[in-house]
Design a binder for this molecule. Structure first.
Ligand code: ADP
Length: 497
């Protein structure tokens, strides 16, 4: 089974969030499951410098045809856009890098749209994926084109719209990692996309007068997946459907949820190079060393008994961290500590920094992005806070489980699928792995936080829950097996249907 994995982020080359973790882990897991997988990436600086040029059988660059896709003439390019063959470091997987310097070779956040050309940039990525799906590479044509999030949303549409000579095109799977980011562009950008006029309509890419790349993917893919079973159900309703729930309900027969996995090579306290002292279920006492190390690193008082709550997150409204901020004083009043690593919304960053200033030694906040500190917080924290308003899957709570940092979560999406609340019944049954609450406000979070403090006051009971949490496994092999089953269910005829 040949699969082209088209995405924009791939750890360790480029990561802005969970999409990058998945890009780094799922393609190799698919390979290990027996799939012949290649990756398509845009040539952002971090990606171009991260890949070593290879000697693949088709080592020469592939020129993209100027056909029914984006109007290449408008790009002002001297040469046709090219796909450079490459090898991904680490996994050794073959990749195609869309190497158009004027479009992708820019510093900063890869999705920044300062030049107002994101529509054409990511349309070109979709066009590249579609051309490969049609057999652009004479040595390797995928049977399945696996696209990820709005950045690749046009790929299934271009593939469907374009007739090319040769064997039948690839079938398409579109995976939604976050429905809230939709790739919306002004109507004026539609003309650049090279799509027939009728597609700017309710059955096409039009969304409340704008162009929606997410909608394009949802409309035209043969299968839609999202990254947890609960989120797959939630997006069929108006609350989480982001205005696309009607379309998703119509296509619900082809919508499913496949839970993300954890890369336990990278996220494993027994051999985490970013922790000074490894530990595991049978050496939990050594987690105290990681905790002391974190307290020192972040300028917190070295209090072994304090319940240390950690946050590693984008600081956006989605992540619900304003609920944590609202309870910060109370958390300190209960004898706890708070360690926050994140960046995002300025006002929330400032609110956390003010809380740290009010409680030196008890609340520490680092604004920024720091992979090593993220591991340090998982290792040192007793609790990892993930109170997201919605959460397609969420990886940090799964990392927390493996590190014995019990997740405290809002019971939605992937958080509901991965954390077992420490109710009296679940504690008795030895199933509990964290704390969950319903209702999205600080009042609702408060009792869950208090339950964490209460349990922490009983070290044996706490350690028992930690061990249960640390034994949970959300391996990529299982996820890859589910994707493989989905791919196999798609014959080439599925694309033609
Ligand atoms: P999302 O993709 O919505 O941001 P996930 O929980 O799926 O959320 O994935 C977040 C990933 O990004 C995790 O690997 C987490 O450790 C990492 N991360 C988030 N914020 C930071 C940060 N400030 N520094 C380092 N890593 C971070």
């Amino acid at each position: 089974m040949k699969v082209l994995y088209a995405c924009t982020e791939l750890y360790p080359l480029l990561k802005t969030g969970g999409l990058g973790d998945v890009g780094g882990a799922l393609p190799p897991a698919l390979r290990d499951a027996g799939c012949d997988v290649r990756v398509l990436l845009p040539g952002f600086p971090a990606i171009r410098t991260g890949v070593s040029r290879s000697r693949l059988p088709h080592a020469s660059p592939l020129a993209l045809p100027d056909g029914e896709g984006p109007r290449l003439a408008q790009l002002g390019l001297r040469q046709p856009p090219a796909l450079q063959p490459a090898i991904l470091p680490g996994s050794g997987l073959a990749a195609y890098v869309l190497d158009v310097r004027t479009l992708f070779d820019r510093p900063g956040n890869p999705y920044e749209d300062a030049q107002g050309d994101n529509a054409i940039r990511f349309a070109l990525l979709g066009w590249a994926a579609a051309c490969l799906g049609h057999g652009l590479d004479p040595h390797w044509q995928p049977q399945v084109l696996h696209c990820h999030d709005w950045h690749t949303g046009l790929a299934p549409l271009y593939l469907r719209q374009t007739a090319m000579p040769g064997p039948p095109p690839a079938s398409t799977v579109f995976t939604v990692h976050n429905l809230a980011y939709q790739g919306l562009f002004p109507r004026s950008s539609f003309g650049q996309l090279g799509l027939p006029d009728y597609l700017f309509g309710i059955d096409g890419v039009e969304f409340w007068g704008q162009v929606s790349f997410m909608k394009a993917g949802l409309q035209s893919a043969d299968r839609i997946t999202t990254v947890s079973p609960t989120y797959a159900r939630e997006i069929l309703g108006p609350e989480q459907g982001c205005g696309l729930d009607g379309l998703l309900r119509e296509r619900s027969a082809i919508v499913s949820g496949i839970l993300n996995g954890v890369d336990y090579q990278l996220w494993n306290p027994s051999h985490d190079a970013m922790l000074a002292h490894p530990y595991d279920c049978d050496s939990l006492q050594d987690k105290a060393l990681a905790k002391a190390g974190l307290q020192r690193r972040m300028g917190l008082e070295e209090r072994p008994q304090a319940l240390l709550c950690g946050v590693v997150s984008r600081l956006t409204e989605q992540k619900g961290l304003h609920l944590v901020e609202a309870l910060a004083d109370e958390l300190v009043g209960l004898g706890g500590q708070l360690a926050v690593l994140g960046n995002g919304d300025g006002p929330l960053e400032q609110a956390f920094l003010r809380a740290a200033a009010r409680h030196p030694g008890r609340i520490a906040v680092e604004v920024g992005y720091d992979e090593a500190l993220a591991h340090g917080i998982m290792g040192g924290a007793d609790v990892i806070m993930v109170p997201s308003r919605f959460e397609p899957c969420g990886l940090t709570q799964m990392y927390g489980l493996r590190y014995g940092a019990l997740p405290l979560v809002h019971r939605v999406g992937g958080l509901a699928d991965t954390v077992v609340d420490a109710t009296a019944e679940n504690l008795r049954a030895g199933r509990a792995t964290g704390f969950a609450f319903d209702g999205f406000d600080a009042q609702a979070l408060r009792p869950a936080l208090r339950r964490a403090f209460e349990l922490h006051a009983h070290p044996d009971a706490w350690a028992a829950v930690q061990r249960t949490a640390m034994r949970q496994r959300f391996g990529w092999a299982e996820a890859a097996g589910r994707y493989m089953a989905l791919f196999r269910s798609l014959g080439p005829q599925a694309a033609a249907a």
